[in-house]
Design a protein around this ligand. Structure first.
Ligand SMILES: C[S@@+](CC[C@H](N)C(=O)[O-])C[C@H]1O[C@@H](n2cnc3c(N)ncnc32)[C@H](O)[C@@H]1O
Length: 289
């Protein structure tokens, strides 16, 4: 529930061109409380221009009115518009490719050692390229015969989840997918204008909405790999720390947390062991330093 502070609520309507400092502070607070995203003061111009488009679409006159709309909207749909407007959903197939090579190597070891059940979580999956890349890696490069494998893919934005679930991508978005994989796992649409993910990948991946700042995280599983890439960068240190502890709780013994290359787990070295840039092995109690 967003409560507008008295000064802001009483402020006279502002022209659509201006986002004043007090109103911006309300946007900062809202994004932090609801989503964990930190909007630094230098983001004011960005928020102003991105939210302005939404004001126009809704026929609203000022930024304070939009805060009231967000407050009224109990479905959370409008909040998704705000998150999409302000944060980035940018992703692509096989982004940070070394992660997929690492996963292949470890999965091969596990399967050779007799493991027959593997669980993966792509937390903050955006439009689906990450979990589908993972599915392609497992199916095309690892010997998954007889292995029960599932990939949970979550994001806070229902808009990106809709795209992910549909699994239809313009041809240029598949430029980082090797051609043999494109032929094997996608169906060509409209003579090659776009491609749709086929059943083999789809069967492995299940999409759900999940807010990563919810405590405890509403997930019931023990994961062998959690990929949480390029979202923690928007969170502050306490939020990142708590999230890494939550992931620790949801990771199986001898499992891995993979973050984005720009993200570190500074300050939580007791729970994880550094393996290679942005790959961390979960330590259990006995191993903790
Ligand atoms: C830049 S994309 C990362 C996509 C993918 N993991 C990658 O590395 O390419 C960041 C995603 O984080 C999602 N996000 C932002 N805040 C979130 C939150 N509190 N809980 C879950 N997802 C969130 C956004 O909706 C967006 O889709």
């Amino acid at each position: 529930m967003v409560t507008l502070n008295r000064t802001t609520a009483a402020a006279p309507p502002l022209g659509m061109t201006e986002l004043d400092d007090r109103t911006f502070a309300e946007y900062q607070r809202l994004m932090y409380e609801r989503v964990g995203i930190v909007l630094n003061d230098n983001k004011k111009a960005l928020v102003q221009s991105r939210v302005r488009k939404r004001l126009r679409a809704l026929g609203l006159d000022c930024y304070v009115d939009y805060l009231r709309e967000l407050d009224k909207d109990k479905s959370g749909r409008e909040m998704v518009h705000l998150i999409d407007a302000i944060s980035t959903n940018v992703t692509h197939f096989f982004r940070e490719e070394d992660h997929f090579k690492f996963i292949k190597r470890i999965v091969d070891e596990w399967v050779a050692a007799g493991r027959r059940k593997l669980r993966f979580w792509s937390a903050a999956c955006s439009t689906g390229e990450e979990p589908y890349s993972l599915a392609m890696t497992l199916l095309s490069q690892c010997d998954m015969a007889g292995v029960d494998v599932k990939i949970l893919a979550t994001d806070i934005s229902t808009r990106v989840l809709g795209i992910a679930d549909k699994g239809n991508y313009r041809a240029e978005l598949l430029r980082t997918v090797p051609t043999p994989l494109r032929h094997r796992y996608f169906t060509k649409e409209d003579g090659g204008v776009s491609y749709t993910v086929g059943k083999e990948l789809r069967d492995l991946v299940k999409f759900h909405r999940l807010n990563l700042i919810k405590r405890p995280l509403p997930v019931q599983a023990q994961f062998d790999f959690i990929l949480c890439r390029n979202v923690m960068i928007y969170f502050d240190r306490p939020t990142r720390h708590q999230l890494a502890l939550e992931f620790h709780r949801l990771l199986a013994p001898d499992s891995y947390l993979v973050t984005g290359h720009a993200e570190t787990l500074i300050g939580i070295r007791d729970e994880y062991e550094y393996v290679q840039p942005s790959v961390h092995r979960r330590l259990d109690k006995r191993e903790k330093r």
